[in-house]
Design a protein around this ligand. Structure first.
Ligand code: MV4
Length: 506
């Protein structure tokens, strides 16, 4: 059954409404498909790699995202001037903005993503839970409607049993969420949750869920075409998070049994079909120690961590998004796919793990990314470039593939050790800490890993100032001597060829 809405008209000119690594990622697949590409850029991004890499580029406004990458009019104007017949939103910015998806349709430009209705349905967490209930998708016990009063909320919490979570209906990603352990704290928590929801989302509605203790975050990649085919591409484990920001992801999860994987995959497909989903999306679940799984949210966009799924399935998710948006059928089912090996991803943020992951944006004086067999780096900045204060401080994503989880982890350690970044602190030492952490290596961890297992003092990093000096000294050193002298021998006996590496002292 083909959607009446879709008109199968191939693209030849795609505008990428984003910046950084995801813009480059989408441009690469477009160029591989011989498509003409259009970039948009804010003033400080004038000489950014994505601008140079696109066939043409349009300035859309000043640094502030609201006047540039979030300005749908400016982006649609660029589409009109470039004759773009499709817009790929990437992730973040306008990627989950239903009004933008509609504005694209009105402008006769394909929005490479789901229908506006699906974005809206999954954007409202109570509407999403209502649909999951009808679709029989397991959820944490709780309400599917907003709670009308504190009294009603207290009754429901009694029924569910403490601890409970009060969540914002318009929320997501942890914003507007309150854990309540005792009845006497409920009323206060409800007030604060409603207040925060109203201020953050302009919608003070909240709902209640049973609090799942020590959960893991496991999500399923979905692809749905306009011909009634919805498939899943297995799961990603994303439990290593700090303040609801993922730092390390992997595929597959080390804890799912084939049976639970099959069940969760079917639940994810049912979740997508329940809202008429099309294109690429992700269904997030919480999984407890007994492998009970509960629908949490559905992300209606391509995810940052999509490369780990690409590694283990061999599927280019952006290519599939473009094929689906051009009206093509997927042409395969989940059973035609299989998980090959294991993939790991480390997010390299310009953040200082020693000082509570404080952002550390600024000029990137030294940037030499690792490569080699089984290593992929999606970087959005380059040496001599800058990590701008206006946007997410992600420098790159390092993904490694191994025939099994241990091989992928050991390859990640090699890659992180090879990575040279100077003039700012990064999350590389934290990712290295995790890769060596006994519990992580054993696959025994939850969403509480960072809070419970990570103590910054364990890193004992070289101080950045000394690093800076070392980097400049090394630049001069190599310039003068071209490294023909014998290298210095570090404390662990290993040749310390370059002081740039932000590794932990042994
Ligand atoms: C939960 C939960 C426990 N029980 N819901 C956090 C953000 C949003 N994705 C939902 N989140 C949670 N919802 C119930 N019923 C725990 C979290 C949670 C969490 C989830 C995934 C990954 C990291 C997390 C960190 C804190 C809380």
């Amino acid at each position: 059954m083909t959607d009446s809405t879709v008109t199968s008209r191939p693209f030849d000119n795609v505008l990428v409404a984003n910046r950084g690594e995801i813009a480059l990622r989408v441009l690469r697949t477009c160029h591989e498909q011989g498509l003409n590409t259009v970039a948009v850029y804010s003033t400080p991004d004038r000489s950014a790699p994505h601008v140079r890499r696109a066939d043409e580029a349009y300035h859309i406004g000043p640094a502030e995202a609201a006047q540039s990458y979030l300005d749908s009019e400016a982006i649609l104007e660029a589409a009109r001037r470039s004759g773009a017949d499709a817009i790929h939103p990437g992730y973040g910015f306008l990627s989950e903005n239903a009004a933008f998806a509609e504005a694209c349709a009105e402008a006769g430009v394909h929005f490479v993503g789901p229908p506006a209705a699906a974005i809206r349905a999954m954007g409202d967490k109570t509407a999403a839970r209502q649909l999951m209930k009808e679709a029989g998708v397991p959820m944490a016990p709780g309400t599917t409607d907003a709670v009308a009063s504190t009294e009603e909320g207290e009754e429901i919490a009694e029924d569910i049993g403490y601890p409970v979570l009060i969540k914002a209906a318009a929320g997501g990603g942890g914003k507007g969420m309150r854990i309540v352990h005792e009845p006497e704290h409920f009323a206060g928590a409800m007030d604060r949750a409603q207040g925060e929801a109203a201020s953050s989302f302009g919608d003070g509605r909240v709902f209640i869920e049973k609090y799942i203790e020590e959960p893991r975050h496991i999500e399923f990649q979905i692809l749905a075409d306009h011909h009634g085919n919805t498939v899943h591409l297995f799961e990603r484990e994303c439990s290593i998070q700090r303040r609801h920001q993922k730092v390390i992801e992997e595929a597959p999860s080390s804890v799912l049994t084939p049976e639970v994987r099959r069940e969760m995959g079917e639940a994810a497909v049912a979740a997508a079909e329940s809202c008429g989903y099309r294109n690429a999306g992700t269904v997030e679940f919480l999984v407890d120690a007994d492998l009970n799984y509960y629908f949490m949210e559905m992300n209606t966009r391509l995810q940052v961590e999509h490369p780990v799924t690409e590694w283990v399935t061999g599927v280019d998710l952006v290519a599939e998004q473009l094929r689906v948006a051009q009206g093509e059928a997927l042409g395969y089912a989940t059973d035609d796919l299989s998980i090959n090996g294991h993939a790991m991803e480390s997010r390299v943020y310009a953040e200082d793990p020693v000082s509570n992951f404080l952002p550390d944006p600024g000029p990137l004086k030294r940037h030499s990314a690792p490569s080699g067999v089984g290593v992929r780096v999606d970087a959005g900045v380059e040496e001599g470039g800058e990590v701008l204060i206006h946007y997410d401080p992600m420098i790159s994503k390092v993904t490694t593939w191994g025939r099994d989880r241990e091989a992928a982890i050991d390859r990640m350690i090699r890659a992180l050790d090879e990575y040279e970044v100077a003039s700012m602190a990064t999350t590389i030492p934290f990712c290295r800490f995790a890769m060596e952490h006994e519990g992580f290596r054993a696959g025994d961890f939850t969403t509480h890993f960072v809070d419970e297992e990570f103590d910054p003092s364990a890193l004992q990093l070289e101080d950045p100032e000394r690093d800076e000096l070392a980097a400049l000294a090394a630049t001069l050193y190599y310039a003068e001597t071209q490294a023909d002298e014998a290298p210095t021998i570090a404390a662990n006996g290993r040749e310390d060829r370059s002081p740039w590496r932000q590794r932990r002292r042994p």
